[in-house]
Design a protein around this ligand. Structure first.
Ligand SMILES: [Zn+2]
Length: 414
């Protein structure tokens, strides 16, 4: 089995143009003394919207690794796959994010729930988990309730896991439960990990839904102190479950929609330093926004393309936002009109879009709308890609800087 390193970081790149520019950020981090393993991720939904094939992600990653002579590990993640979508990723991925969020809350067979609770008397009563703020207090009813909510999802994870392992020698498995409405508490996580162990799922990373809002491309919205408490408790639960249930020793948490969560990075960094735990962070595909920023900065036809995409996005706000309703927060009144943006300089456009929260021109609604507007760039096909390639240097500089200065550095260097 390939083993996922202690620190790994998922990078998304809608149009598969920025492999090298992204990898350069990991190279800078390596030069500063920290190796973080890059994981190229793309979901089935993204491939469908763009009309790309999973093989293109492997080609992009391999091309970048060879061009930069990257000596460390790297992976290609079949992001948020299910039983009906996994097949097209089998030959090009070595990392599979098994998404079972849709099965959460759907009732498992009662006999299965009873059998689970009977099998796990250690989950009842006062459960002492080293590193946890206080012992977990649970009753049989609590465990039954949590098991009823998650057991079907765990069984589904087992089905997908076996579908992959039946066709592939070794692979890294992640289980994701983040795309659901209610967060999982540390106690929920313990029950879920016990059930995954029973099911034989050798997961190396798990993406729970954390408390607070993880909107795409903007900072965390929520109670930082509560997040820190739960994150530290989750780390304790993961370590406990590894020892108690024989799960892979490198099992770690995965933070989805992890790009741009600037206020969380110091909190997460503190927790990792204190515990020695590992981390996987998955970014939300905002690399394509750096392409737009680079184009706006380039001016001329680049800036015209960026404006054109915004104008089109304004005409399709509802349809662009619909698939992302739970992970974006756009205030319509804050969206500048097409004619206003038409008069902007490149610097003004960049100021509104680049994620520098205290910049006077920064506009999170503008940024989030453009974030979900990648379909419009995809529809332009060559027209968009040619202009990105023609401005490779300025675009690449923005891609590398964003990843290194605003993400990798605060998380892994402090
Ligand atoms: Zn996710």
């Amino acid at each position: 089995m390939p083993v996922l390193a202690r620190f790994s970081f998922g990078i998304g790149d809608r149009f598969a143009q920025q492999g090298k520019a992204q990898l350069r950020a990991f190279r800078k981090l390596e030069e500063a003394g920290v190796v973080v393993v890059p994981v190229w991720n793309k979901s089935n939904r993204e491939h469908t919207f763009i009309g790309s094939e999973p093989q293109s992600v492997l080609d992009e990653a391999r091309g970048a690794v060879e061009a930069l002579d990257w000596k460390h590990a790297w992976h290609v993640d079949a992001d948020h796959i299910r039983l009906d979508t996994v097949h097209r990723f089998l030959s090009s991925s070595d990392f599979f994010t098994i998404d079972v969020a849709d099965s959460i809350g759907r009732p498992a067979a009662e006999a299965d729930v009873v059998a689970f609770v009977d099998r796990h008397p250690e989950l009842l009563g006062s459960v002492s988990v080293p590193g946890l703020g206080s012992d977990l207090q649970t009753t049989r009813e609590d465990v039954t309730r949590v098991a009823s909510k998650y057991l079907l999802a765990v069984q589904e994870a087992g089905r997908i896991y076996r579908a992959i392992s039946g066709r592939k020698g070794g692979f890294i498995a992640e289980v994701s439960m983040d795309e659901t409405d209610t967060p999982q508490t540390p106690r929920d996580l313990l029950v879920i990990l016990a059930a995954l162990a029973d099911e034989g799922v050798r997961l190396q990373t798990i993406a729970p839904k954390f408390t607070g809002r993880f909107n795409k491309g903007v900072d965390y919205v929520g109670d930082l102190a509560q997040f820190e408490r739960e994150f530290v408790d989750d780390l304790a639960v993961v370590a406990f479950a590894v020892a108690r249930y024989g799960l892979p020793a490198n099992l770690k948490l995965s933070v989805h929609s992890g790009s741009d969560k600037f206020s969380l990075y110091p909190v997460i960094r503190r927790a990792l330093q204190r515990t020695g735990a590992g981390l996987h962070v998955k970014t939300a595909g905002t690399t394509w926004l750096e392409e737009l920023i680079g184009l706006a900065e380039a001016g001329g036809p680049g800036l015209a393309m960026a404006k054109e995409i915004y104008h089109a996005a304004l005409q399709h706000v509802d349809e662009l936002c619909a698939p992302y309703a739970s992970v974006i927060d756009i205030q319509r009144a804050k969206l500048p009109s097409a004619s206003e943006v038409g008069g902007w300089t490149g610097t003004r456009f960049v100021g509104a879009l680049r994620h520098v929260p205290n910049h006077p021109d920064f506009n999170p609604s503008f940024r989030q709308l453009l974030h979900v507007a990648f379909k419009l760039a995809a529809a332009k096909g060559r027209g968009y890609l040619d202009i990105v390639r023609a401005n490779e240097e300025v675009v690449g500089r923005n891609v590398t800087e964003n990843l290194f200065d605003r993400h990798l550095k605060p998380l892994f260097l402090g």
